[in-house]
Design a protein around this ligand. Structure first.
Ligand SMILES: C[S@@+](CC[C@H](N)C(=O)[O-])C[C@H]1O[C@@H](n2cnc3c(N)ncnc32)[C@H](O)[C@@H]1O
Length: 300
């Protein structure tokens, strides 16, 4: 098993739009693995960042700094925050590698705590949002608690305090929901209706929603699975949605939805739910293999 407790024992380097990013290797199995840059949703978000030279940007949960550094190529200043100090170290290294270190500040800490009292023209965030059975440790970068919303809720309700009039939020979420509506919509409405914002939600996968049963079943062997399923059933959380939310100022509250049916140009991001579920499956199998090796180390 690879250990990634020291910074950069083993890392992958990935190029995205002429920038280069180092992060923990995909094969790393540690809970605090800094999310590798895949050609997937993170890159999708990075390509949607639009800022001007006057803008100050906050990247919440910056990881290896992909979104922050992408913004820093166009913005005045970017602050990236991450609760994982190893992520902050990678982000600083990547800022230097991409020659934007003079415009970037990376701070360790919990969500908005390191930037208390400050406002930003744009907040970008790709938070951990994977719903997981209680006590199941996957990755810090993915763990969203029982309904997937533990961090997302705090990001949404904290955002208005850090957005001046005219400020924008770009937020990626996976969300459980009923067959009619994702859970995250009620949090977005509650946080932004009083600000007269316009929210544009883009469904980024080939279907707006899928039944969550095949995803839930991936965790069947976890001891807390029955309790988790009881909780999900009680909350009527039966479907999965994958979305990018763009919140911007408007003269009244409005929430629009659209569907991205086109795979992104020049990327491997296929926007296919099948591919996404396969990725979850691969993660879990790798984790299971690692746990088995921990409990039954091979004899040499
Ligand atoms: C899905 S990863 C996104 C990484 C990067 N922004 C990207 O898009 O590639 C989520 C990040 O949020 C960080 N995170 C999790 N909980 C956090 C918290 N309470 N405060 C700050 N960062 C947090 C994780 O360490 C991880 O780096």
């Amino acid at each position: 098993m690879l250990s990634c407790h020291t910074l950069m024992d083993s890392w992958d380097t990935v190029n995205v739009s002429n920038s280069q990013f180092v992060s923990d290797a995909v094969a790393c199995e540690e809970y605090d693995r800094v999310m590798p840059v895949f050609d997937d949703e993170s890159v999708y978000v990075a390509r949607r960042i639009e800022v001007t030279r006057r803008n100050i940007v906050l990247d919440v949960g910056t990881g290896c700094g992909l979104l922050a550094i992408t913004a820093a190529h166009q913005a005045r200043t970017v602050v990236g925050v991450d609760v994982n100090p190893r992520a902050v170290a990678y982000a600083r290294k990547n800022a230097t590698l991409n020659e934007v270190a003079d415009r970037c500040l990376f701070l360790p800490g919990d969500l908005y705590a390191p930037v208390a009292g400050r406002t930003f023209d744009l907040i970008v965030c790709n938070p951990p949002f994977v719903p997981l059975p209680t006590g199941y440790r996957m990755f810090l970068s993915a763990d969203g608690g029982r309904d997937g919303m533990d961090v997302v809720r705090r990001v949404i309700f904290g955002a208005p305090r850090h957005l001046p009039e005219g400020g924008r939020l770009l937020l990626l979420t996976l969300s459980l929901g009923s067959d009619a509506r994702p859970l995250v919509f009620c949090y977005l409405r509650k946080a932004f209706a009083p600000r007269c914002a316009r929210i544009v939600t883009t469904h980024i996968y080939d279907q707006v929603r899928i039944g969550a049963e095949p995803f839930f079943r991936l965790f069947e062997d976890v001891p807390s699975y029955p309790e988790w399923r009881g909780f999900l059933a009680q909350q009527q959380l039966t479907h999965l949605y994958y979305m990018l939310h763009e919140v911007e100022p408007h003269d009244r509250f409005e929430h629009l939805e659209r569907h991205n049916k086109e795979p992104l140009e020049q990327t491997e991001f296929s926007g296919s739910w099948d591919g996404r579920l396969n990725r979850f499956r691969t993660w879990l199998e790798r984790k299971r293999g690692a746990r088995q090796r921990e409990h039954h180390p091979p004899t040499v």
